[in-house]
Design a protein around this ligand. Structure first.
Ligand SMILES: C[S@@+](CC[C@H](N)C(=O)[O-])C[C@H]1O[C@@H](n2cnc3c(N)ncnc32)[C@H](O)[C@@H]1O
Length: 239
């Protein structure tokens, strides 16, 4: 498999991979996570309930599943949904439900490492399964910190690695063997799902990510592991 090490090469690789699977992304998400991703997203967005109105940014928004949950949980909330892969945003925009939420979701093509938004303007910033894909993680976190208002909250939903000795080998087998096979057949791009497995394996330890969030300026940081630690919610508050 081709792996990209330099930040700009990784960026190009990631953009191409998401573009190639954009039409099947939602189907595969539900299938491969057995729809548990809905619970993960619900629980993440619950943590923003102190900000029921005003603007929230959903970064690396992809096909907009988290943006939809943001809009569902707070009927007065407006969501700016940023992603650098136009095909992902378009695939999501095409299937937005006709229940009024689409009028409060604003998809914009842009880079999460140079966020096209003014400083101090959002109550919340959410990133689901996107931080792992950034080429310059610290720069991205600094940008997330910049666009938040004082006392605004960052919520990162991201894969982590289970430590339970029984779950760990089972999960590893699923991630490295089963998932690329099924996903390859459905999406036609096995490499994209091999990248998913390798990017989870290569991602920071939870403590490292929390330290980077502190370095980016977040004063209070914490982590909530879910489903045997397969995923975690990372919470950061801007002072
Ligand atoms: C795994 S998808 C997650 C999509 C969505 N947040 C979800 O919950 O399903 C990751 C997304 O991050 C986007 N992405 C990766 N790097 C990015 C960057 N530097 N700037 C903006 N978007 C980026 C990709 O295009 C892709 O749509």
């Amino acid at each position: 498999m081709e792996t990209a090490h330099l930040p700009d090469e990784k960026k190009k690789f990631v953009k191409e991979k998401f573009s190639s699977i954009s039409g099947r992304y939602d189907l595969l998400n539900s299938l491969l996570s057995l729809k548990i991703d809905r619970y993960w997203r619900w629980r993440t967005i619950r943590l923003l309930r102190e900000f029921p109105g005003g603007w929230v940014m959903d970064l690396c928004a992809g096909t907009l599943p988290l943006s939809l949950e943001l809009a569902r949980q707070a009927p007065k909330r407006k969501v700016l949904s940023i992603d650098f892969c136009e095909d992902m945003l378009r695939a999501g925009a095409k299937t937005l439900p006709k229940d009024g939420r689409a009028e409060r979701i604003f998809p914009v093509c842009g880079d999460g490492e140079i966020i096209p938004a003014p400083t101090g303007s959002f109550w919340g910033c959410t990133v689901a399964f996107g931080v792992r894909n950034l080429s310059r993680t610290l720069q991205g976190l600094q940008e997330m910190h910049r666009i938040l208002r004082p006392s605004g909250k960052l919520l990162i939903l991201e894969f982590s690695r289970p430590t339970n000795p029984i779950i760990k080998p089972l999960y590893s087998f699923y991630l490295n063997r089963v998932l690329p096979l099924i996903a390859g057949l459905i999406s036609g791009d096995k490499e994209a799902y091999q990248y998913l497995a390798s990017s989870i394996a290569a991602f920071y330890e939870p403590e490292e990510l929390l330290a980077m969030m502190r370095e980016a300026g977040f004063t209070t940081v914490s982590r909530i592991p879910m489903t045997f630690g397969i995923v975690s919610i990372y919470v950061g508050v801007k002072a």
